[in-house]
Design a binder for this molecule. Sequence first.
Ligand SMILES: *Cc1c(COP(=O)(O)O)cnc(C)c1O
Length: 492
Amino acid sequence: MRAAPPPLAGGTSGAEALRPLLDTVLDALHDGARARGGPLPPGGPEAVVARVAALGAVLPEHGTDPHEALRTLVHAVAEGAADPAHPLCAAHLHTPPLALAVAADLAASALNPSMDSWDQAPAASALEAEVTAALAAEVYPAAGRPDALVTTGGTESNQLALLLARERHGRIRTVVGANAHHSFHRAAWLLGLPRPVTVPTPEGTLHPAALAGALKGLDGPVLVAATAGTTDEGLIDPIPALADVCAAHGAELHVDAAYGGPVLFSRTHRHLLDGLDRARTVTVDLHKLGWQPAAAGLLAVRDAADLHVLGHTADYLNADDDTEAGLPDLLGRSLRTTRRPDVLKTAVTLRALGRAGLGALVDACMERAQDLADLVEKSPALELRARPTLTTVLFRPVTAAEPTDGATSAGSADGATPTEAAGATPTEAAGATSTDEDLAAIRRTLLAEGHAVLGRAGADGRLWLKATLLNPHATPGDLARLITLVEGSTHR
Ligand SMILES: *Cc1c(COP(=O)(O)O)cnc(C)c1O
């Protein structure tokens, strides 16, 4: 006798099949998080690999059962997660997703619309058209016909922006700041374009005069990619001034606002993005500030006509006669074919929270970043790189000179400037700042102990600890704990 196939997620019986499985999943998520107890599992990679290996065969000859498999594997992944919902998990632009967005994503999986043809996604494709139009209008409030494509994130959006520019102009040169995302270099490589010209950004942002200097030396069509929210420092290039320089040199402007774009939702802070709509294309990620589970990327374009070059025909998906008969042609909305309805979770989030609700989340994270900067400034053991623009805070320990055998004290060999950390005594200030190696070791120690997840970033020729604050539930008390942990690690 053959066993019946496992139940499906869709249809009228799907919900009843899912309900008990979801109970198992939710219990395993809860128990796994409790077993972890902190922002990430202790013991480093070896311990994690050993625990995963101990789970047993990945592909047994005969399976266990759905509840056992869900319980075991979801528990293992939750216990071994770097969980961005923990307030001390703050290394990257790794967002803690909103519960309501995750719930919507379940529905997306259950229905499994595929966005490459209307007959696989009738309502999902209609919803996507509405949401992308609305978000494009947030970026380009004054444009006549803006549009946006749903992407897997900033990397794909930046690549599409370069592709669209190449299709407008042929062999286009790209000019980026040294602060720009690495994806521009890969995109140029992938698209067969010349290597991007990289303009140094010693202050962390692309200086208009430096850009003008670079453009003067270039013939032919140029796309300048500016950044609104740099990955390392959360800085925003001076977009209006860069747009002026581009206009003066006949260059086109793309803005990578993967990180900073959602600041548009905040009444308090949206002025930081003034001039964004002068860009021909804009990258925005909603899986950073936006609190969506990955993936939730967008490429906004000022003029929908720029997207026509992406049109493509495959007879089984968008035959001309089907299109003429009124079936929407979706194949030009992406370079992908099968494509998840990532727009559903975003649509649910926009509707449930509204612009004001999202803006309040942005504001909360911006405030936490200022709080953390305050704490760093108050700590005699720490040095702050700069007051935060977005939600990224760079800091580094200042190690007091320890008069041990042969240790250098005043005037350290690397010429490090005395710290400006408030409250540092002259002796401490004159002492060697902690070396980059010490700092990297502090970060790895916190990771190995499972106490905190901090990132690292180079700036000013030195290495810094990086906290990227995307958790609107983090409290000043959480941040104080983070500071205490870092201070404790510096005195070992
Ligand atoms: C995160 C980020 C990207 C890459 O986005 P993905 O979603 O990871 O592909 C690109 N640019 C900037 C500025 C980013 O912060």
